[in-house]
Design a protein around this ligand. Structure first.
Ligand SMILES: CC(C)(COP(=O)(O)OP(=O)(O)OC[C@H]1O[C@@H](n2cnc3c(N)ncnc32)[C@H](O)[C@@H]1OP(=O)(O)O)[C@@H](O)C(=O)NCCC(=O)NCCS
Length: 156
């Protein structure tokens, strides 16, 4: 199985929207409030409007299988932040997430970092299992904002 990772381009937008919505709902449909779930299509449209070029997409068998994005490169607090990592539900458990994680860490390292961090919703058991399996270590919890988040880090 070969997964190719490349920057997203404008022509990817329609497929990306489909994958982003399906994978977001897959992760959060049962753990976030109904109002947030109902807003998901609009939220993803806004995200693609503002950040499409920052996404790195995984291509498997000629189709978009998932994506990641990092924090802004010029933000010292988030230059090493793995912000999003999502895989299309029908294509999960085939190593796409592993390939995206690897590429994200390479990109974070290319920014001059030796440590990466991320946060995961505490109720997202599957993502926690995924990140633990890939060597990420829990470093704390952030319950101060709107979400209950588990903080994780990875050496690069
Ligand atoms: C979490 C997610 C990205 C994993 O992607 P994936 O492509 O299925 O992951 P991989 O196939 O590369 O799995 C790598 C390893 O992670 C672990 N893993 C992946 N999914 C798992 C699950 N559902 N339960 C337990 N462990 C899991 C396994 O150790 C797996 O290795 P194996 O298949 O050889 O056993 C995917 O389930 C997803 O997109 N979920 C919804 C979005 C989400 O929650 N993103 C994270 C936001 S912080």
């Amino acid at each position: 199985m070969t997964v190719v990772i490349r920057p997203a381009i404008a022509d990817d937008r329609e497929d990306l929207f489909r994958v982003a919505l399906a994978s977001w709902l897959d992760a959060y449909r049962d753990v976030l409030p109904a109002a947030e779930v109902a807003d998901a299509p609009a939220m993803i449209t806004r995200a693609l409007d503002s950040r499409l070029a920052a996404l790195r997409i995984a291509i498997l068998d000629g189709r978009i299988a998932g994506y990641y994005s990092l924090g802004p490169p010029d933000d010292p607090e988030r230059t090493n932040y793995l912000w999003h990592l999502y895989v299309d539900p029908p294509l999960q458990r085939r190593g796409v997430g592993r390939a995206l994680n690897r590429a994200a860490l390479v990109e974070i390292k290319s920014r001059g970092n030796t440590l990466a961090w991320l946060d995961v919703l505490a109720g997202n058991i599957r993502a926690l299992a995924f990140y633990r399996a890939l060597g990420w270590i829990e470093t704390g919890r952030d319950q101060h904002g709107h979400y209950d988040l588990i903080l994780m880090q990875s050496q690069i």
